[in-house]
Design a protein around this ligand. Structure first.
Ligand code: NAD
Ligand code: IPM
Ligand code: MN
Length: 361
């Protein structure tokens, strides 16, 4: 299979983890006789510095033409005081919106070897395996107006949804539940927000098409609590943009590190953008200590969702699991791993594991 992948390294630790994930994809290509070609483009702060804008037209076009996109992270203190349209994060938001990536899948699964890495008790996190389906191109992030008035004495952001936008993400929630344990928690704030009331209506309508799926409406505040007190309660969570953003960082605590979590941002066809859930981590950039596994596991999602390469995706996930089981880890993990290694070493361990698996196959 021949595929073309756009790499968007971005800022901070973004370039290091993107390079790690790309090298893993190269190894997979070698193992399974595929050809992946990579094209690197600028986004975020790096693009502001190089081209004066966070999402150059050329980057957007390359992404639209690619078979899949792999992104590191954007943002950092250097650009924090910039006006909103010249912030790195704007580039990522414009890209998601620009190519219509409305469905963000964020799986959270504890690795048995890392139960002690979570600050939560092992017996609470053991067996946690959930999927957050986050709406990604609507809600508070994109609603207009969003502006200051009267010299900042008044400020407004707008939570806007078209019913059709809610329908398509809820549909993904149900489909995801059908592929898993058939339990769907729809998370909202329907005791306050009108948009959440419509969200509930849509979920109730759609549930008629999926009689096998057990649906529960849950309020976002108590969901935040339950995620920590009883994480194994959850199978699939479907929720709006901002709630999903917050809950997914919270859920990362179950695994022991934000640096481990992957994500896929999808639309109706095969094109997808894959990125770790974490940000550019400016505090540790350039030190060779960033955890590359969130990016590497995002590459596995890329293989699965954009290319339909299930075996290949499994091989990457198995390699990561094997390395963690051997006691290797990075400094961000809560409990010190038996062997703490840096970004490059962790990546080469995963590559060696993939090579060994290939020899055995
Ligand atoms: P962050 O995720 O960058 O960092 C939070 C904490 O986790 C930091 O202590 C960091 O060192 C640590 N961390 C994150 N990823 C890690 C990894 N792979 N390995 C080891 N440690 C890791 O969040 P933040 O500090 O709130 O944001 C920093 C910048 O990143 C901001 O500009 C923000 O807007 C941006 N951001 C970008 C994305 C993205 O590109 N998708 C996501 C979140 C935040
Ligand atoms: C994420 C990030 C982004 C978001 C920011 C950087 C715009 O936090 O991907 O989770 O809020 O969606
Ligand atoms: Mn986030």
């Amino acid at each position: 299979m021949h595929k073309s992948i756009v790499l968007l390294p971005g800022d901070g630790i973004g370039p290091a983890v993107t390079e790690a994930a790309a090298s893993v994809l190269q190894q997979v290509a070698a193992n399974f006789s595929h050809t992946f070609t990579f094209h690197t483009r600028a986004i975020g702060g790096a693009a502001i510095d190089a081209a004066g804008e966070p999402l150059p037209a050329e980057t957007l076009q390359a992404c639209e033409e690619a078979d899949a996109i792999l992104l590191g992270a954007v943002g950092g203190p250097k650009w924090e005081q910039h006006p909103p349209h010249l912030r790195p994060e704007k580039g990522l938001l414009q890209l998601r919106k620009g190519i219509g990536l409305f469905a963000n899948l964020r799986p959270v699964k504890t690795f048995p070897s890392l139960l002690d890495s979570s600050p939560l008790k092992p017996e609470i996190v053991a067996g946690s395996d959930l999927l957050i389906v986050r709406e990604l191109t609507g809600g508070l992030y994109f609603g207009l107006p969003s502006e200051r008035r009267d010299n900042g004495q008044t400020v407004v952001d707008t939570l806007h949804y078209e019913r059709s936008e809610i329908e398509r993400i809820v549909e993904i929630g149900f489909q995801s539940a059908m592929l898993r344990n058939k339990r769907l928690a729809s998370v909202d704030k329907a005791n306050v927000l009108e948009s959440s009331k419509v969200w509930r209506e849509v979920v109730d309508e759609k549930s008629k098409d999926y009689p096998e799926v057990t649906v529960e409406h849950m309020l976002v505040d108590s969901t935040a609590m339950k995620l920590i007190t009883n994480p194994t309660y959850f199978d699939v969570i479907v929720t709006e943009n901002l709630f999903g953003d917050i809950l997914s960082d919270e859920a990362s605590v179950l695994t022991g590190s934000l640096g481990l979590l992957p994500s896929a941002s999808l639309r109706k066809d095969e094109l997808g953008l894959y990125e770790p859930v974490h940000g550019s981590a400016p505090d540790i950039a350039g030190k060779d200590i960033a955890n590359p596994l969130g990016a590497i596991l995002s590459a596995a999602m890329l293989l699965r969702y954009s290319f339909g390469l299930e075996k290949e995706a499994d091989s990457v996930e198995a390699a990561v699991d094997a390395i963690l089981t051997k006691g290797y880890g990075t400094a961000d993990m809560q409990a010190a791993p038996a062997f703490t290694v840096g970004t490059e070493k962790m990546t080469s361990l995963v590559l060696e594991q993939l090579q060994t698996a290939k020899v055995r196959a």
